[in-house]
Write a protein that binds this ligand. Structure first.
Ligand code: IMP
Length: 424
């Protein structure tokens, strides 16, 4: 497939990195279209663990990689990530960074932290990376972009204009120390020297690749339910995670996209605050978290765990137009005798629905209606194809396919790169 979007179907952390890593083997170009260092992909290659933040997972396959205009970039963290990859022998000369991507400036994480502090019990539970404030400045047309790094005069002028306002906020609203222009401008000019070779017209580059018949993967960060417009607002991130965001975030027309692969965990996790109908109440919560290693890549926070939610997954299929599904971490369920799967929500008025509620209060109060499936209670290590899974595990996958009217083409059964089973 020339242009394939890979998108998280839940609240992020579905294991997209591993699926992208697998598909990247047969692709020419791998692009990230949204988000920034709030994302974290953990990929295990030959027993070595890599944690990626800005980069699409294809970098570990030595592929050309794009960070698109829809992304936000923290220059200091990006340089750290580049240095670390290079120190471990991963080539980074195929990286291309859109000049239109916005920069996370030092005041953005400060405002993110200050805002969360002020919200207190009502906080969103952000990653504190400055994501919301950066996208807010972009919409406010006050943002500083990657291309501003190429001209020290423009860069300095923009920092000066921004600081005049940001320092008032930092001092008066959040009680922080103000930032100093000279020090900041000098630091950013240093970063600019390091990043300059990577800056490119990435929309043109992707368009050319597609015209040349090359295979392009467009990787979404986070997940559908964290999408700014269609997720569980306000407990969302500040970018468009859904597949449609790939067209705007990269700068290609939607008619160029050939396939959309949704990635869902075989259960559900969520970090941060917000409603979560299938969240497990009781000892299985801790058990699932430990079995699945459900701790955030970026923040180390515990992830909240829940049973598979087909109402939310059907919503994700609708919003993204999935052409197929990848189901990850099926092995984590090997330890449970019974597997509840949410097929409908019961709403406060007593009615039941298989459709995701359009109104926030209905969603906040929705109770899951479960169907109980049999567990398989044995490891999945031996299976090398989907057809070789234990019958109960195949029945679990089949149940999902029937509920969504979609093929599950890939199933993850372990941490390593090889442990993704494909349909025959
Ligand atoms: P922000 O993106 O840092 O502003 O955080 C907003 C919400 O999105 C919080 O609930 C975060 O925990 C969540 N979030 C952001 N990125 C990810 C991710 O990659 N995986 C899971 N949750 C995320």
């Amino acid at each position: 497939m020339p242009a394939t979007v890979i998108v998280g179907a839940q609240w992020g952390d579905e294991g997209k990195g591993k699926i992208v890593d697998l598909l990247a083997e047969h692709s020419d170009l791998v692009c990230r279209y949204n988000g920034g260092p709030n994302a974290g992909h953990t990929i295990v290659v030959d027993g070595e663990t890599y944690k990626l933040r800005h980069f699409p997972s294809g970098i570990l396959r030595g592929k050309e990689c794009v960070i698109g205009a829809g992304c936000v970039v923290d220059p200091g963290l990006l340089i750290e990530e580049l240095d670390e990859l290079e120190a471990r022998g991963v080539a980074t000369d195929g990286v291309r960074l859109s000049g239109n991507a916005h920069l996370i400036m030092p005041w953005h994480p400060m405002i993110d932290r200050g805002g969360e502090r002020r919200l207190g019990a009502l906080q969103i539970g952000t990653t504190r990376r400055g994501i919301g404030p950066t996208y807010a400045d972009k919409a406010f047309r006050l943002g500083i972009r990657v291309q501003d790094l190429l001209d020290p005069k423009i860069l300095r002028a923009k920092i000066e204009v921004a600081l005049a306002e940001k320092n008032v906020w930092l001092e008066r609203v959040y009680g922080d120390e103000p930032l100093e222009l000279e020090e900041l401008a000098a630091r950013l000019e240093g970063d600019a020297q390091r990043l300059r070779p990577y800056v490119a017209d990435t929309s043109l580059l992707v368009d050319r690749a597609l015209r040349d018949g090359r295979d392009v993967l467009l990787e979404g960060a986070h997940g559908t339910l964290l999408d700014l417009d269609h997720g569980t607002y306000p407990f969302v991130t500040s970018s468009n995670c859904v597949a449609g965001g790939a067209a705007t975030g990269i700068g290609v027309g939607p008619t160029k996209i050939d396939a959309v692969v949704g990635v869902a965990k075989s259960y559900v996790t969520r970090v941060g605050e917000g409603p979560f109908p299938t969240e497990i109440d009781g000892p299985d919560q801790k058990r699932m978290r430990e079995l699945g290693g459900e701790f955030g890549t970026v923040t180390g926070r515990q992830r909240r765990c829940g049973w598979l939610d087909l109402v939310a997954l059907r919503y994700a299929a609708r919003l993204n137009g999935f052409t197929s599904l990848a189901l990850t971490k099926l092995d984590v369920l090997s330890h449970f005798a019974e597997l509840p799967v949410c097929v409908r929500y019961r709403l406060p008025d007593g009615s039941e629905t298989a459709d995701f509620p359009a109104h926030q209060s209905d969603f906040h109060h929705a109770r899951p209606v479960y169907e109980l499936l049999h567990g398989w209670e044995r490891p999945l290590d031996g299976a090398e194809r989907l057809a070789a899974l234990p019958p109960e595990a195949r029945a679990y996958v089949y149940f999902v396919e029937q509920a969504l009217g979609l093929d599950v083409d890939l199933v993850g059964t372990g941490r390593e790169r090889e442990r993704v089973l494909a349909r025959d």
